[in-house]
Design a protein around this ligand. Structure first.
Ligand code: JHZ
Ligand code: SAH
Ligand code: ZN
Length: 415
């Protein structure tokens, strides 16, 4: 491992199995995606090289440079899962599902890795079930505590997991959504799960699905926090390496295409047919192969050209364009496409911690949603495309007033 003072560079080998990686895309220098800056902050902005490749041995798609985790996840980490009604409903439904199934045992104990503001665990807490969130970002952890959720403000890793096992006993469910892909040290995660999980317990992991990212050319799902992009093949291989088995999968529509992976100790549970079925589809299409990923890279370059051409044309015609949703994903779009305040003068977003700040790299100011109608722009560039339904319903007056939405997933188009 070499530290160049800006980011950590690893020898060209898979972070899971050590085999060679085939690079398929390099987005160039990128900022930390959730590092919204104070306009008065004159310090140099941290940048790193955002490049992705696929392992020839275990099929894991991963980044070649790792941003130190403390730069991403800290007391001021701004993302709050509960900012979306869709995600609140999604996790509440899943909590009820757990309460009705895995948690119907005497004195169950549930652990969540990356519990954020308690969007899932608040339902578990209300049901009076023993639980613990493990969440390094202090502000998010405090927000969960305000909802009656018990939280440990730490990174989940082998040693914290062992401590939890010693103090609280084994967990029948370890759940983690949109977090395991953020942890480069998967070995430490699996060893921690091994230490903490009950013999017949389940480790349930929800994350973006590589197949959906490729199919919809959702290149903006690639940014610092998403160190890995998971497939059935790569998660099955990683699980096996650490004495576990992928026993079930469920595809879900949230965040533009998610999979819920259910992982158990090897031999503890039967493997559902869905695993082999999607694995066969991945192999038949060569999901982690160079043809598929090179075509994805080509479509990504094409999307950049189309989007920048559209924004320049609109500017030259005197049309106004405002961004909607200061997502982490948007950092890749703005910085890879070179979109700054000249093309998109501000972004409206409902997260209070982002208001009055500048989006990372691009320096585009973030304003509250009230600024959107004051006055309406001619066009709105929907960075939070995964929340399109919720946002378009909230902002229905914009379209009624003649406003148009610009989308870039699955292709650049105006709605
Ligand atoms: P959203 C983050 O990604 C980071 P982001 C992380 N890496 C990840 O994987 C996912 O979350 C889970 C705003 N908004 O969900 C709020 C409105 O303004 O696409 C958010 O800033 N009005 C952990 O940031 C953003 O949009 C609304 O009505 O890409 C949405 O962020 C709604 C619903 C949202 O995640
Ligand atoms: N589960 C929520 C939150 C996702 S945001 C949801 O799906 O919406 C990712 C969260 O993981 C952040 O709150 C971040 O602080 C946390 N996180 C990052 N690394 C972690 C680690 N090693 N252990 C536990 N949480 C971690
Ligand atoms: Zn590998």
């Amino acid at each position: 491992m070499i530290t160049d003072g800006r980011s950590t560079v690893h020898p060209p080998g898979c972070r899971v199995c050590g085999q060679p990686i085939r690079a398929f895309f390099d987005f160039g220098r990128q900022p930390v995606s959730d590092a919204f800056r104070d306009p008065a902050d004159r310090s140099a902005e941290f940048h790193y090289d955002l490049a992705v490749g696929a392992c020839g041995g275990c099929a894991m798609v991963q980044q070649s440079h790792e941003v130190p985790r403390a730069r991403m996840f800290h007391a001021d980490y701004p993302y709050r899962s509960s900012g979306s009604a869709l995600m609140r409903d999604h996790f509440e439904a899943f909590a009820h599902h757990l309460l009705d199934t895995e948690l119907k045992v005497p004195d169950p104990f549930v652990v969540e890795i990356g519990s954020n503001d308690g969007v899932m665990l608040r339902t578990i807490a209300q049901a009076g079930v023993r639980h613990l969130g493990v969440e390094p970002s202090g502000g998010a952890a405090d927000a969960a505590r305000a909802h009656g959720v018990r939280v440990l403000t730490e990174f989940f890793q082998e040693d914290s997991a062992r401590r939890i096992r010693d103090e609280d006993g084994p967990a029948v469910v370890i759940f983690s959504a949109n977090t395991v892909s953020h942890i480069a040290r998967l070995d430490s995660v699996f060893r921690g799960v091994d230490a903490l999980l009950a013999p017949n317990g389940v480790f349930v992991v929800e994350d973006r699905y590589l197949g959906d990212i490729v199919d919809s050319t959702a290149f903006d799902q690639i940014y610092d926090e998403h160190f890995y992009l998971f497939s059935v093949e790569s998660v099955r291989n990683a699980s096996r390496r650490f004495g576990f088995e992928l026993v079930d999968i469920t595809r879900l529509p949230v965040h533009g295409g998610t999979i819920r992976f259910t992982i158990a100790r090897a031999g503890a549970r039967p493997v559902a047919p869905a695993v082999g079925e999607l694995l066969a589809v991945e192999r038949a299409r060569g999901l982690a192969g160079h043809r598929t990923l090179d075509r994805f890279a080509e479509r990504t370059r094409h999307a950049r050209t189309e989007l920048v051409d559209l924004l320049r044309r609109l500017r030259d015609q005197g049309r106004t364009v405002v961004g909607y949703g200061a997502t982490a994903k948007s950092a890749t779009v703005t910085n890879y496409c070179g979109i700054g305040p000249d093309l998109v003068p501000y972004i409206c977003d409902s997260t209070p911690a982002k208001h009055g700040k500048l989006a990372p790299g691009s320096g585009i100011p973030v304003r509250p949603p009230a600024a959107f109608a004051d006055p309406y722009p001619d066009y709105a560039l929907l960075f939070a495309w995964n929340h399109a339904e919720e946002i378009m319903a909230k902002e229905h007056r914009f379209a009624a007033a003649g406003g148009r939405w610009i989308r870039y997933v699955p292709r650049v188009h105006v709605v």
